[in-house]
Design a protein around this ligand. Structure first.
Ligand code: C5P
Length: 166
């Protein structure tokens, strides 16, 4: 089972993904965290956003586990993630990581759920279950402010069980 969730930021993709992952025992990938992990590595190594060669080299060493790095929800990381997401070589490498995850073997899970830009179109166009989630600008802005203030976005599987979807 492959479920994809696409849509604008602040619509609640991460929240719905975490909810469905728990409910249906799906392995979840928040694809934005890959870009954020890249950004955090660049910041750590003092690599400039225009050093495309070094950035491409780092992208090739990126692993899913890097999405567990600390401090990925800060504004500094988000801003740099957004900048490097515009580099085609980086997108190519990160797209492949997402495809490998989507079509990989996930023992113990019933399937996978991926959220983020391009998921239902570029990464898994053949996914049988594609969700495009959006919300009013006001709601998206409110969610985004809350995320920035608390430095975290969607809840994890571990604390979603008692959460009501807003
Ligand atoms: O969704 P999130 O804010 O964590 O994503 C960080 C940045 O990574 C976004 O601003 C976007 O530019 C980029 N991104 C992307 N493709 C994805 C997920 C995120 O380009 N599938």
């Amino acid at each position: 089972m492959i479920i994809t969730i696409d849509g604008p930021s602040g619509a609640g993709k991460g929240t719905v993904a975490a909810y469905l992952a728990t409910k249906y025992n799906l392995h979840k990938l928040d694809t934005g965290l890959l870009y954020r992990a890249m950004a955090s590595i660049l910041l750590e190594r003092h690599i400039e956003p225009d050093d495309t060669k070094s950035i491409h080299d780092i992208a090739k060493t990126l692993r899913i586990e890097d999405t567990n790095r600390e401090g990925l929800r800060t504004e500094t990381v988000a801003a740099l993630a957004s900048k490097i997401a515009a580099i085609p070589e980086v997108r190519n490498v990160l797209n492949q990581i997402q495809k490998d995850f989507a079509f990989g073997n996930h023992e113990g899970y019933r399937g996978v759920i991926l959220d983020g830009r391009d998921i239902g179109t570029v990464i898994c166009p053949e996914s049988p279950c594609k969700i495009y989630l959006t919300a009013s600008q006001e709601v998206r802005a409110r969610r985004r402010v809350k995320e920035v203030l608390t430095n975290h976005a969607a809840p994890t599987e571990s604390n979603i069980k008692n959460m009501a979807l807003d």
